[in-house]
Write a protein that binds this ligand. Structure first.
Ligand code: DGL
Length: 261
């Protein structure tokens, strides 16, 4: 069984890639919507919180955990790896891919949360792959929120998102790469593309994360042939979460169980 978690619905972007590739493996998703958003949370809070989540997922049978959240990866994955004896796969903004695709003078914009932007992991990523290039971090708390509550589908909210992003990014030049450094933003991909125009190439890592999970499963001899169960847990309101998750996944209905950590 693979455990997957995020502060809410963003991690479903990774979940759906795993769902495609691992039809017979049990997937257990935990949306920590009781603590959403992770973006502005103090690091120690996130370490303690994600430790509890990992414990809950392992208690239900997870043999590998995907930290399907850039913020939790930056702040807490090292802590989790120290505490637990199972593999953890994290999510990072694909700055490396952007740097490989962009000509040296083409800018790279990274949309991400405050915590991810201020973490050492992100600084190291930019130093390693973005050195000598124009790499601009853009933090917009609004983006994760409108995905979590589903309001990005309302025309007025969509317009506000587009305006805010355009304003924060500024003039986009030909060849610009826009990296999605928060799993929630994957669900805004079309909206962002429309807002930023055809000069921008949007990059996001969900598929690469799923492929890394498959590699680690093979390396660790984990079984792929299980019952193919799909289970969803959350720590906040299960009714709204289930409705919003179903819409994001184009599913008719989704059973969500509320758990206390
Ligand atoms: N989905 C999370 C990420 O990838 C963050 C959203 C939040 O602020 O909770 O960073």
């Amino acid at each position: 069984m693979i455990g997957i978690f995020d502060s809410g619905l963003g991690g479903l972007a990774v979940w759906r890639e795993l769902d495609l590739r691992l039809p017979d493996t049990d997937l257990l998703y935990l949306a920590d919507n009781g603590a959403f958003p992770y973006g502005p949370r103090p690091p120690q809070f996130l370490k303690d919180r994600t430790e509890k989540i990992a414990r809950a997922l392992i208690a239900r049978g997870a043999g590998l955990i995907v930290v399907a959240c850039n913020t939790a990866t930056v702040v807490a994955i090292a802590h989790l790896r120290e505490r637990f004896d199972i593999p953890f796969v994290g999510v990072e903004p694909p700055v490396k891919v952007a740097a490989e695709l962009a000509a040296p003078d083409e800018p790279i914009y990274v949309l991400l949360t405050e915590n991810t932007a201020s973490g050492e992991k992100y600084a190291a990523l930019v130093e390693k792959f973005g050195a000598g290039r124009k790499v601009k971090a853009v933090c917009l708390a609004l983006l994760a929120r409108v995905v979590e509550d589903g309001s990005f589908r309302e025309p007025a909210v969509a317009r506000e998102v587009a305006r805010t992003v355009r304003e924060a990014v500024g003039d986009i030049s030909e060849g610009a790469k826009v990296v999605l450094g928060c799993t929630h933003y994957v669900f805004l991909r079309e909206l962002l593309q429309e807002a930023l125009g055809p000069k921008a190439t949007i990059l996001e890592p969900s598929r690469a994360v799923a492929e890394q999970v498959l590699r680690l499963m093979t390396e660790n001899g984990m079984p792929q042939e299980e019952a193919g169960k799909r289970e969803f847990l959350c720590t906040g309101d299960p009714v709204t979460l289930s409705l919003n998750a179903a819409r994001l996944l184009d599913a008719k209905k989704l059973e969500v169980e509320r758990v206390d950590l």
